[in-house]
Design a protein around this ligand. Structure first.
Ligand SMILES: *[C@@H]1O[C@H](CO)[C@@H](O)[C@H](O)[C@H]1NC(C)=O
Length: 590
């Protein structure tokens, strides 16, 4: 590359401000600086910045401008990837779920209502970043158009449109796309640089320079590890393989963006998912990625390998007498008893509004949250079924309409766990009763962030039948489990925990308190003896846990605790538990 006429190799690291508390931005960036990086790269997640149409949030942990200015202060250049789609193993690839309220929505195309939503959002976002461009004295040297569009490619007009739109809004720096080599072959847009994504070098740079002979070579996503999903082993990339590829990148004169340099955490319900021939797979809460800086801020062996290689090719760029700590101090708060619980049924009272409909409706279509519907969390559907008195059981049909997992109840007792790939019809015993309450609690496990975007509506999207008759007149309870709900729930009437149960008859909220004496430090919640659920600390959603692993612990950043008593609320679907433990190390099941 050339910047101001001078040759430059971009040595960049991906770091997402939205995957860590703001309090850690400086720490992570300083560590990247010490490794010899001259640039940082971040995506911008539309779904967090515009949670409700027209209601924007760029404050606190979402203060993008502050993050970019901090990078500037630390003398980094910035690569900005504003989407609209960002993939990134993020909920719906960063698209807001309210787009799906349009039954004909075609995201990432020229479909006019999609383009209208993008236009409104970019009209809000771009004026913030325009003055931060390099030629205006800021750090941003380049912008990406959408993300890996060639691997999706539903509309040849889409990227050219985004290019023109950004330029019309005053974006004057370099524009680029990034993709696999196959993806890059789909489309050439004059004036837009192609960059490639890979884990191993293979022929990627040769292919890229054949495609684009006079342009600089860059790997925009040099995958330093990989993400994990529930029920699969933990993925890693060995330090040796990593080092070999990095050497090849530099020896062939390439620029690099380490994806990720620091991965962080999918706090809240923000994990993405993917679908393949074997079904739906939700990504785990940790986004450690086996990256150079671990989820908890520790410098890894891979970090020091990279530093050594960078110093070799670019002597004097790394900080040799760095005073940053390789390990972040952490603490275990021991084992804390669970003091109180409240059942799912009693927890419903804290929901601000319930909705009645004739047939089940997916969460996005609920008329709540202004024009946003329900975006995330769980959703409960309840209906009464009248029965002829001779029935012994009823057979529930329509489970293929459940997204993504459900628990089926008969008169508030757990009958079966259901999901849309199930081929049998669950049966509820009724033994001569005249009516029975059928309830289905559905978890939105995370919208897919890759390839298959067209059917992403969550909850129940279709009919449910009892003995082949569609069940009518549903009461729907949106269990968003947002901060407001958790605060209201906290004030509900809780009961002392009974220490005598084998399995839960209904999902439970549990409450515990952890007292921090001095200034709180990072810790891990050890969820290895729990079943499946979500943890909230002082109202904040730390993310999901699940006994199927590989993740066993949840990272709890110190800045989210305070001196004195801290409230932990855990939503648990299956198990009776009487204590919550802390650890000072992360754990993955092998
Ligand atoms: C904006 O986002 C921040 C960070 O997630 C959050 O703390 C804050 O409450 C949000 N503001 C509004 C008005 O929702």
């Amino acid at each position: 590359f050339k910047l101001d006429g001078k040759p430059m190799t971009i040595i960049s690291g991906a770091v997402h401000y939205f995957r860590m508390p703001r309090e850690y931005w400086r720490d992570r960036l300083m560590k990247m600086k010490a490794c010899g990086l001259n640039t940082i790269e971040t995506y911008v997640p539309w779904n967090l910045h515009e949670p409700i149409p027209g209601k924007y949030n760029f404050t606190g942990d979402l203060d993008l401008v502050h993050f970019i200015l901090l990078a500037h202060k630390l003398e980094f250049y910035v690569l900005l990837r504003p989407g609209p789609y960002i993939c990134s193993e993020w909920e719906f690839g960063g698209l807001p779920s309210w787009l799906l309220r349009d039954p004909k929505m075609k995201v990432r195309t020229m479909y006019p209502p999609y383009i209208a939503a993008v236009t409104k959002y970019f009209n809000y976002l771009l004026p913030f970043v325009k003055p931060l461009q390099y030629q205006y004295g800021g750090p941003i040297i380049a912008f990406q158009l959408d993300n890996e569009y060639g691997s999706y490619f539903k509309d040849a007009d889409y990227l050219p449109y985004l290019k023109e739109f950004l330029q019309n809004k005053g974006i004057i720096e370099l524009l680029f796309i990034s993709d696999s080599i196959e993806g890059l072959r789909q489309q050439t847009i004059p004036g837009v640089l192609k960059t490639v994504n890979f884990k191993r070098m293979e022929n990627h740079f040769t292919d890229l320079s054949n495609m684009q002979p006079d342009a600089p070579l860059m790997v925009m996503e040099f995958w330093t590890g990989w993400f994990d999903w529930w029920g699969e082993k933990h993925h890693i990339l060995t330090v040796q393989e990593f080092g070999e590829t990095l050497n090849e990148i530099f020896s062939q004169g390439g620029s690099v963006n380490f994806y990720m340099f620091f991965g962080g955490t999918n706090f809240g319900f923000m994990n993405g998912a993917y679908k393949d021939g074997t079904g739906f797979h939700a990504d785990i809460t940790s986004y450690d990625y086996d990256a150079l800086i671990a989820e908890n801020g520790d410098l890894t062996e891979k970090y020091f390998k990279a530093k050594q290689i960078i110093e070799h090719y670019f002597p004097g760029t790394t900080d040799q007498k760095s005073n940053i700590l390789p390990l972040t101090p952490r603490v275990s708060y021991g084992s804390v008893p669970i003091s109180q619980s409240i059942s799912l049924w009693n927890g419903l009272a804290a929901i601000p509004s319930q909705v009645e409909t004739e047939s089940p409706v997916c969460m996005e279509m609920l008329d709540i949250n202004s024009d946003a519907g329900q975006s995330y969390g769980y959703i409960l559907y309840q209906a009464e079924v009248q029965l002829p008195s001779y029935e012994k059981f009823i057979e529930i049909g329509g489970v293929q309409n459940i997204y993504d997992r459900g628990i089926l109840f008969g008169d508030n007792i757990i009958i079966a766990r259901v999901k849309n790939s199930m081929t049998t019809k669950p049966k509820i015993p009724v033994d001569g009763k005249e009516k029975i309450k059928v309830s289905i609690l559905v978890e939105n496990g995370g919208r897919t962030n890759w390839q298959d975007f067209d059917d992403q509506r969550k909850g129940i999207n279709g009919f449910i039948s009892a003995n082949n008759e569609p069940v009518k007149n549903w009461k729907i309870s949106p269990l968003e489990m947002d901060e407001k709900y958790i605060r209201a729930l906290s004030k509900s009437s809780w009961t002392s925990v009974e220490q005598s149960c084998d399995s839960l008859s209904s999902p439970m909220f549990y409450k515990a308190e952890v007292t921090c004496r001095s200034s709180p430090m990072d810790t891990y919640l050890d969820m290895s003896s729990w079943g499946k659920g979500v943890v909230f600390v002082n109202g904040r959603n730390l993310g999901r846990y699940w006994s199927i692993g590989p993740q066993q612990t949840l990272f709890l950043p110190g800045p989210w605790l305070h001196k004195g008593a801290n409230e932990i609320i855990i939503f648990e679907e299956t198990k009776c538990i009487w204590y919550i433990s802390y650890r000072n190390t992360k754990s993955f099941a092998s």
